[in-house]
Design a protein around this ligand. Structure first.
Ligand SMILES: Nc1ncnc2c1ncn2[C@@H]1O[C@H](COP(=O)(O)OP(=O)(O)O)[C@@H](O)[C@H]1O
Ligand SMILES: [Mg+2]
Length: 601
């Protein structure tokens, strides 16, 4: 048996899975990461925008409330200025009458509308009467709103910082009657209460800070005690905390953080397990001075948790999707790899078969030559014995020239017989490639039968049935002769002394393709074959004979295939066998590679 080819000729099939799954996993991880990052970016932006909007909403609401209160104060003033008695008392600078007429109204406004100040001031800005502090008067009021009302002779309003750190919304309106300026009426409210309202509306904690440069610590402390407040002077170096809605100022909100917030940065801090988002809005007074800041703090713990769980969900879903894709690819690649291996194995086996086939042909050649050598010797021996005997006779009868000539003619004939035989032998074993040429079949059959008769010692009669017209086919005569010879040898081996062999050449179409062609049949009346033998006769090395090689019929089939034809066999045990080689009328373009199909060399 041929050895398997060395490993170098058949490299291991490449590991498809190993080659693809790694890069695929990397690519998928990259896609998943990009996706997750993009998702994170979008979510973070939406969140940032949401928080920024909240901060702006605080500023808007604050402004809105200031505006509303200003309107309320305007209405209150109009009511006061429409009171002729009050007007008369103001004109007369009658402080007792003012108290009697305006005092009760101020109390109602203070208790119900948070109005904390009402002043009446002369045209020269000297205070005439303070409803909230009747004993202080006679001082000149130089606050921004009052001065603005005087300079423009129109209502002026805005936030003002008191010396004790109170932030008040003030409205100053010139009080005129029939074109004559009676003085100014001023009304004010402390705005700390506003932050509670904003906190309730927007659920954000607020912290009102006032720049210490505008405060004196002493006065501030006096104010705190006087107004029973709990402001914080010390938390920040630069700012005093005037009001706050949160119970405690977050620890993280220190001077450094304040500076960062003042640059417009928004930030998030963790305070007692809560996530706080912080932003800062500047607070300006009526004179457009930045007197402090409003810190907006929003508890975003819930938002943060939602954000985090959404991120985790996205990550898990992406990983699952990537895993599934990877799994599907793994299975697909697994199949590809298996197919690839199978194909590789097949190729490997085919390679083996090819090598085996070459060996078979070689063996067959040797064996058929071997069998023939005996017959050749036998065939040559007879005429040579004749030649020797005739030569002895000639030696003895040299005196009779007529007899000697006769004997020499006999000797020459025997020699020519030998030469003819050797010629046929050479034609039979001629070493050549697949050389097809137009070949008259009658002559080919005749030659082969002659050779067969001379090598066969059964001496069976061989009948030849040919069509009337000569048949010339483009074939390799050496190969076809060889095949026919093999069929004749098989027929002779299967047939006893009284049997006969027939060779028939008949036109026949290929049953499948309907191509025209010729069938060269060898029939015998020998022992035939049972079906289990018949189905194996084309298998190389299959033989039922003790001295057989099992290569004759595989070679016959090989020759037929080389001519684009085929072989069929029918047999009846006890009755005989017929084996036919079918060859197409005209050769096809796609004839098999002659190099590979060469049989006799
Ligand atoms: N004409 C035939 N009649 C009966 N049996 C045959 C005939 N030709 C072939 N066989 C069977 O087919 C087998 C294979 O034939 P072959 O391939 O020529 O190998 P071998 O002749 O060396 O056995 C033979 O051993 C024989 O059993
Ligand atoms: Mg044989």
């Amino acid at each position: 048996m041929p050895q398997p080819p060395p490993a170098s000729r058949s490299p291991e099939p490449r590991r498809v899975k190993a080659r693809f799954i790694g890069p695929l996993a990397v690519a998928l991880m990259f896609i998943v990461c990009v996706f997750a990052l993009a998702h994170y970016g979008i979510e973070a932006r939406i969140r940032g925008e949401d928080l920024a909007e909240r901060s702006t909403a605080v500023a808007r609401l604050f402004d809105q409330k200031l505006h509303q209160d200003t309107n309320l104060m305007t209405a209150t003033m109009r009511a006061m200025m429409a009171n002729p008695a009050l007007e008369d008392a103001f004109r007369r600078r009658d402080r007792v009458a003012l108290e009697t007429l305006g005092g009760p109204l101020f109390k109602v406004l203070r208790d119900e509308n948070r109005i904390t100040h009402i002043y009446l001031t002369r045209p020269d800005l000297v205070n005439n009467y303070r409803f909230h502090s009747p004993d202080d008067f006679g001082d000149e009021i130089t606050r921004v709103t009052t001065v603005a009302a005087r300079d423009t002779q129109a209502p002026a309003h805005g936030l003002e910082l008191g010396p004790m750190g109170t932030l008040t919304l003030r409205l100053v309106v010139p009080w005129r009657k029939k074109g004559v300026l009676l003085g100014y009426i001023e009304i004010g409210e402390e705005v700390e209460y506003l932050i509670d309202e904003v906190q309730r509306s927007l659920s954000a904690d607020l912290l009102v800070l006032v720049d210490k440069r505008y405060l004196s610590q002493q006065q501030w402390q006096r104010g705190q005690i006087l107004m029973q407040r709990e402001g914080d002077w010390h938390h920040f170096n630069t700012h005093a905390v005037v009001a706050q809605t949160a119970e405690k100022i977050p620890v993280a909100l220190d001077d450094r953080m304040l500076v960062r917030l003042q640059t417009g940065e928004r930030t998030e801090v963790i305070d007692q397990g809560r996530s706080l988002h912080m932003a800062l809005l500047p607070v300006e007074d009526a004179g457009r001075r930045r007197i402090g800041d409003l810190v907006v703090m929003r508890d975003v713990t819930g938002l943060e948790a939602t954000f985090q769980s959404s991120m985790i969900a996205v990550a898990v879903i992406s990983l699952l999707a990537a895993g599934t894709v990877l799994g599907v690819f793994y299975l697909a690649l697994d199949r590809v790899e298996r197919d690839y291996r199978r194909q590789h194995d097949l190729e490997h086996r085919l390679l083996h078969l090819d090598t085996e086939h070459r060996r078979i042909l070689q063996l067959e050649k040797l064996s058929s030559l071997g069998t023939m050598v005996g017959s050749i010797a036998h065939q040559l021996n007879n005429p040579l014995v004749g030649v020797v005997n005739l030569a002895q006779l000639a030696e003895r009868g040299v005196d009779d020239p007529v007899r000697t000539r006769e004997l020499l003619v006999e000797i020459r004939r025997a020699g020519e017989d030998c030469r003819a035989f050797v010629k046929r032998m050479l034609a039979f074993t001629k070493v050549s490639g697949f050389e097809s040429k137009p070949t008259p079949l009658a002559a080919l059959i005749e030659d082969t039968v002659l050779l067969f008769r001379q090598t066969d010692n059964h001496h069976l009669p061989v009948q030849v049935f040919l069509p009337d017209e000569p048949v010339v086919l483009t074939i390799d005569p050496v190969l076809v002769r060889h095949a026919l010879f093999n069929l004749l040898v098989n027929a002779a081996q299967a047939t006893s002394g009284d049997g006969a062999i027939a060779i028939t050449l008949e036109a026949e179409r290929d049953p499948l393709s309907q191509r025209p062609g010729w069938s060269l049949m060898v029939s015998d009346s020998g022992r035939g074959m049972p079906p289990e033998v018949l189905e194996k006769i084309f298998v190389p090395f299959y033989t039922t004979r003790s001295d057989g090689t099992g290569l004759g019929l595989p070679v016959v089939q090989h020759v037929a295939l080389a001519h684009d034809g085929h072989v069929t066999a029918v047999s009846e045990p006890g009755l005989g066998t017929r084996i036919a080689i079918w060859i197409p009328e005209s050769p096809t373009e796609t004839r098999r590679d002659p190099e590979k199909l060469r049989t006799t060399n």
